[in-house]
Every structure is written in structure tokens, then in C-alpha cells.
Ligand binder design. Structure first.
Ligand SMILES: [Zn+2]
Length: 187
């Protein structure tokens, strides 16, 4: 039943947004307006492909700011949940996040949008409210940063047991191979 409390696609959008920055590799996949357009196209909720007005460098700058907030929330929630909550609340306020009740084909659901026309504000409202719902239903420890030594990707653990440490299986595998090799060389 908990699944009904948050949108998994909005949670994924938050994680994907944060991970457009790869701090260890020094790569940034959100440096141009074209990259922003690609990200938004790939993450618009099903059925809501709203006619995008032309994206501008201002949109890019604003979305990069939202990314910084989302990434900080994902990084801090486990160790400083009060600080993460303050970031979420501030971000929701600045994005003028507005809850709305929707109805389509006999189904009712709530979503959080923004009452502005800024794509950054919509992104902030969607992603931060999704992370807020995960924290409220599963706890702040479900947000985290990959334990891989060469990876700082963020993740949200929606699994039943909540024991995720790595962003992906590939990353967990790399870490276990590295640990095995270092045990062999040290013995
Ligand atoms: Zn990783």
C-alpha cells in the first residue's frame, strides 16, 4: 500500500537529475540547453507531454540550481535528515509547489505541481515532493549515495528490505571484485 504514497517515476526523475552530475569523473550531462531539453523529454510524466515553450539559458541555470538542491537532499538525508527536510521545504516553497487532485478513467490520484510556468519550478515540485513522500513513508535512510569507491551516484532504495548500498548491481559487483582482489594481495 505504501507505493500509493509516492510516484516511482517522480522518484526516478529526482535520482536521474542528481546523477546528471558525476562528481568523481568530473562529468556534467546538464551543461547545455539541448541537454536540458533531452532530459525533460525523457522525464515528462506519461500523458502530460505539454507543449514545451522554448528553453533558454535561464531555464538551464534554474534547473541546475534545482539539481544542486535535489542532490544535496539525496546526499544528506541519511546523516542529516533535519537539514535535508529544510532543503526540501525551502525548495518546495520557492517552486510554489501546489498539490492537486486528479481524476482520469475512474482513477484518482494526487500530484504536486507548480503554479508557475517555469520548468525548473515544476521539476522542483515534482522531485522534491516525491523525495518528501519517500522520507515520510519509508524513512530518510532510503536516500543515499553509492558506496562504490569510484562512484558518487545517488539512489533511492524502494526495496522491501531497504539494504541498498550501491547505485546499481554493476557497481556492487565492481566493489566486491575489488575487495576480493585486495584481500588476495594482502594475504
Ligand atoms: Zn555506484
Amino acid at each position: 500500500m505504501l507505493d500509493a504514497c509516492y510516484s516511482t517515476s517522480a522518484v526516478q526523475t529526482a535520482v536521474d537529475l542528481a546523477n546528471t552530475l558525476k562528481p568523481i569523473k568530473g562529468e556534467d550531462e546538464l551543461e547545455t540547453v539541448e541537454q536540458l531539453g533531452g532530459f525533460l523529454d525523457g522525464h515528462s510524466p506519461a500523458g502530460t507531454a505539454q507543449p514545451q515553450r522554448r528553453l533558454t539559458p535561464a531555464d538551464l541555470a534554474e534547473v541546475r540550481e534545482v539539481r544542486e538542491t535535489v542532490r544535496s537532499v539525496l546526499e544528506r538525508a541519511g546523516t542529516d535528515p533535519v537539514g535535508a527536510a529544510a532543503l526540501i521545504n525551502d525548495g518546495l516553497r520557492r517552486g510554489r509547489a501546489t498539490p492537486a487532485l486528479r481524476h482520469e478513467h475512474d482513477r484518482w490520484w494526487t500530484e504536486v505541481t507548480s503554479d508557475t510556468d517555469r520548468c525548473s519550478a515544476h521539476l522542483a515540485a515534482t522531485t522534491l515532493s516525491a523525495l518528501a513522500s519517500v522520507i515520510a513513508t519509508l524513512g530518510p535512510a532510503r536516500l543515499g549515495v553509492c558506496a562504490g569507491p569510484k562512484c558518487r551516484s545517488t539512489f533511492v532504495d524502494l526495496s522491501r528490505n531497504g539494504s541498498k548500498q550501491y547505485c546499481t548491481r554493476a557497481c556492487a559487483h565492481r566493489a566486491s571484485v575489488a575487495a576480493y582482489r585486495s584481500r588476495r594481495t594482502s594475504s
